[in-house]
Design a protein around this ligand. Structure first.
Ligand code: PAF
Length: 291
């Protein structure tokens, strides 16, 4: 596995690979790699000849008072995991490389970024789209793989590459869960076993909501209420949002008539967790797919 830290070097290597006709996949991450990330890598490897994984804890997507300083950084353990999987290139730049002094250019997707996560994390998506655009410029991949756990992020990135005519295919891979149902997240490292057990209320709630929709409930408010009850009955929780939206546009729904994204952001003992499922009336979800 090649370890690259400079954008110019990655651009040069990527251009060389392209000349050889190789298909390149990029898996952007912030490190602290878990099985969810590794499933993105495996997906990338299936779809491309060369897989580049980036690890960069992007300061511009963390708001004031958020966990940028505390965010787990485990570069040597991550490197070992990626090497074992047979990843071709690890791109792990530092802040000076990504945002040199006087940095002033940002990418902003309007509309879809002002809902859900955007309400509670102002500026977050501006940071995400900016860094993802920079990573795409650095790696020039044919495809880039993101996780469905960050459903809104995936939609925002798809919109960005479409509207800015970036020639890359965005692939979204299913959420990977613990046996308990808890969605894999680097932030789960902030939780002990007992807290993780309580955190399963989020997926339990979402699943119940999904079941209600499958069984014919069309009123989003009733779905939200049932999920909220389950989460609020769990000690130590505080809900940022539980929401049912159109799965493609994230539009608010008066009525659930097609594919709906049911999503939640919940604080558990001071740790913010997000999760979602996609469901449609009368359509049973495949187990642990489309989450
Ligand atoms: O999903 C993440 O880990 C991050 O938001 C991403 C896409 C790597 C951008 O920093």
């Amino acid at each position: 596995m090649r370890n690259i830290t400079r954008i110019r070097n990655l651009q040069r290597i990527s251009a060389g690979l392209k000349r050889q006709g190789r298909k390149i996949a990029l898996v952007p991450t912030m490190g602290a790699l878990h099985r969810g990330h590794l499933s993105l890598v495996t997906k990338a490897q299936k779809l491309a000849d060369t897989t580049i994984v980036s690890i960069y804890v992007n300061p511009k997507q963390f708001g004031e008072g958020e966990d940028h300083e505390r965010y787990p950084r485990q570069l040597s353990a991550d490197r070992a995991k990626l090497k074992k999987l047979g990843v071709n290139i690890l791109f792990a730049p530092d802040d000076a490389e990504m945002y040199p002094g006087g940095y002033s250019t940002f990418v902003e997707v309007e509309g879809v970024t002002s809902k859900l996560e955007g309400v509670h994390r102002p500026g977050h998506f501006r940071g995400v789209t900016t860094i993802v655009m920079k990573l795409l410029q650095a790696a020039s991949p044919d495809l880039a793989v993101f996780g469905q756990k960050d459903a809104q992020q995936a939609l925002v990135i798809k919109k960005m590459v479409s509207e800015l005519n970036v020639p890359v295919k965005i692939v979204v891979a299913p959420t990977v869960r613990e046996d308990s149902g808890l969605a894999m997240s680097s932030r789960n490292q902030y939780l002990n076993e007992e807290q993780k057990e309580r955190a399963t209320c989020i997926y339990r709630g979402l699943r119940l909501g999904g079941q209600m929709v499958i069984e014919g409930e069309t009123d989003p408010a009733r779905v939200v209420e049932s999920i909220t009850d389950i989460i609020e009955n769990t000690p130590g929780t505080r809900i940022d949002y539980v929401s049912v939206n159109d799965a493609n546009s994230l539009d608010d729904l008066d009525n659930i008539g097609g594919r709906a994204l049911i999503s939640a952001a919940v604080w558990l003992d001071g740790v913010r967790l997000i999760d979602n499922i996609v469901c449609a009336p009368g359509r049973r979800r495949k187990k642990h797919r489309h989450d």
